[in-house]
Write a protein that binds this ligand. Structure first.
Ligand code: HEC
Length: 131
């Protein structure tokens, strides 16, 4: 019976269209909010800075946004070395201070002295200077 078959197709196609449109609308919204991740080359990172970025993404990214001042668990680190003082603690934005904070931790932030070698630390600082 072809007419019954048609009726079924029309009835199911309309809701499916709406589901599809809703999914697309959400995808578009999400794309606006979350910027596409740039490659190391697009960011112009050299080998050491790229190594630092990997460490950052593994150890720091879950609590600190690298390319936004927006806070996560900790403050965003965009432009961390562009100002004279760190935004939250007001400590001088120097390699010495930042190294201390990363090694020993601060408040809710864990220390990384056991996890990061001296070389890791150098690579990480090199990357932080690009933010
Ligand atoms: C579990 C979450 C967490 C992780 C992981 C973490 N941090 Fe933090 N970080 C924080 C919090 C919370 C603070 C604020 C501490 C305070 O002053 O009370 C902070 C503070 C800082 C500050 C000082 C900011 C300011 O304005 O004073 C720096 C720099 C920093 N973190 C760098 C790093 C780096 C680099 C890493 C990776 C090696 C890292 N953090 C990993 C949570 C984290």
């Amino acid at each position: 019976m072809p007419s019954e078959k048609n009726g079924f197709a029309v009835k199911t196609r309309i809701p499916l269209f709406f589901v599809g449109a809703t999914v697309l609308a959400f995808a578009a919204l999400a794309a606006c909010d979350v910027e596409r991740r740039k490659s190391d080359a697009e960011l112009g990172l050299n080998a050491q800075q790229a190594a630092g970025r990997q460490i950052y993404d593994t150890e720091c990214g879950r609590c600190h946004e690298p390319y936004s001042a927006r806070g996560k668990k900790g403050p965003g680190l965009k432009g961390i070395y562009q100002r004279k003082y760190l935004s939250l603690s007001g400590l001088p934005a120097t390699d010495e201070r930042v190294t201390d904070i990363v090694r020993s931790g601060r408040g809710e932030m864990p220390g990384f002295s056991q996890k990061l070698s001296a070389q890791d630390m150098q690579d990480l600082l090199a990357y932080l200077h690009t933010l």
